[in-house]
Design a protein around this ligand. Structure first.
Ligand SMILES: *Cc1c(COP(=O)(O)O)cnc(C)c1O
Length: 394
């Protein structure tokens, strides 16, 4: 019998969360729809275990389709268990809410995903939770910010839009010395390229909308935790009433089966294009930890086994209109929110406005690119004609 703990990640994504003999021999766990679950008698109904989130008792806690996705993601990332939520943001909300009450203090990285900050500012602060933002480069220095009432440290590596790497093991060592859990938005790393639990994360959060679902056709959140924090987090998700459609779980699981080939291919294309961009006269800097010249490269190389195909491009100073002209000229890159699908995307971004603990002044306008599964030569040709438009725009 193979030791499941020793399986490599590509084998895990192929086999995890499947039990064909339970489902008429079907390779994939089918879509199970249902709200009410019927029990054989009163005794069975009344002995339901409220902390059992792995068997059917009511549709809101999941069906076999949900459980299959949750089991597969948990096994891939190496955590104790996972819970699926209706979006990545819902996963962030449930994970943070599990650890705070009035009077508590939490530390949130200054480069966190924008809506994470909105939740902290507009929801947590009015409930009397102190939220303090910290420099993404703080590493072990986080120890100085820990207070007696600090109940969680929230990380995200690399940072949203600006791609600073964080030394998560150093942050975790400082937090754990005080018994404080580390939460991390691991959407960029994914359970495929960053094994959070081997780097000190206690609660790993994913926008499954991105590479896990991978086809721009479903919204999904996932939280994976250690055994220690599982019930705390799973109960928070239940208390907020979060549940996910079995169709979306099916799509996310279908996406997960090919996350390896997609991400490896997209990483390769992203590197090719990022290197080409580094050499362009219009470009000041490419923000991508997978590049040797990136300040976060050493940390990325130490902790991650690969890079997502999402990065930033800082242009030499030009007018806002010229940046818009570049993006508008692109024919293969779409303009829109989200990323991690099979298709390329480009947006203009200005993270300076939302920072408070650090300053963002890279010396030029920022464009965020997501590289999809198109041939990189075609994407480069598209960018080339975009740059032509940029230089023609006064
Ligand atoms: C997109 C994103 C989310 C939120 O995911 P949704 O499914 O869109 O709610 C969270 N964190 C990061 C880093 C993201 O990029």
């Amino acid at each position: 019998m193979t030791d499941k703990k020793k399986l490599k990640r590509d084998t895990i994504i192929t086999h995890a969360g499947r039990d064909p003999q339970r489902y008429a021999g079907l390779v994939n766990t089918p879509v199970f729809r249902g709200s009410t679950v019927l029990f054989p008698d009163v005794a069975a109904y009344e002995s339901r275990d409220p902390d059992d989130y792995k068997t059917m008792r009511y549709g809101i806690y999941g069906t076999p389709t949900t459980f299959a996705l949750e089991a597969a993601v948990a096994q891939l990332e190496g955590g104790h268990a996972a819970v699926a939520l209706p979006s990545g943001l819902a996963a962030i909300v449930a994970a943070i809410a599990a650890f705070v009450k009035t009077g508590d203090h939490i530390l949130v990285v200054d480069t966190a995903y924008g809506p994470t900050r909105n939740f902290c500012e507009r929801r947590l602060k009015p409930f009397g939770v102190e939220v303090e933002y910290y420099d993404p480069l703080i590493a072990g220095g986080i120890a100085r910010l820990l207070r007696p009432n600090t109940t969680a440290v929230f990380c995200e590596a690399p940072g949203s839009l600006t791609f600073e790497m964080q030394d998560i093991p150093a942050i975790a060592a400082a937090a754990h010395a005080r018994g404080i859990p580390v939460l991390a938005d691991n959407t960029w790393g994914t359970p495929y390229f960053f094994r959070s639990f081997e780097h000190g994360v206690d609660v790993s959060i994913h926008a499954g909308t991105k590479y896990i679902a991978g086809h721009s056709d479903a919204l999904m959140g996932l939280i994976v935790t250690t055994e220690q924090y599982w019930l705390k987090v799973r109960r928070a998700a239940a208390d907020y009433g979060y549940c996910v459609s079995p169709d979306d779980c099916f799509l996310a699981l279908r996406g997960l089966r090919t996350i390896g080939v997609r991400m490896n291919q997209q990483q390769q294309s992203a590197l090719t294009i990022a290197r080409w961009l580094e050499a362009r006269p219009e470009v000041l800097r490419v923000l991508y930890p997978a590049l040797e010249a990136d300040p976060g490269h050493a940390l990325w190389k130490r902790d991650f086994s690969g890079a997502a195909s999402l990065f930033g491009v800082v242009l030499k100073p030009v007018r806002r209109e010229a940046v818009a002209a570049l993006i508008d000229a692109l024919e293969l890159f779409g303009i829109g929110s989200s990323w991690g699908g099979f298709e390329s995307l480009a947006i203009r971004a200005d993270p300076a406005k939302i920072r408070t603990a650090t300053r963002w002044n890279p010396g030029g306008p920022l464009v965020r690119l997501h590289i999809g599964l198109e041939d990189p030569a075609d994407l480069i040709a598209d960018l080339e004609q975009g740059f032509a438009r940029l230089t023609q725009t006064p």
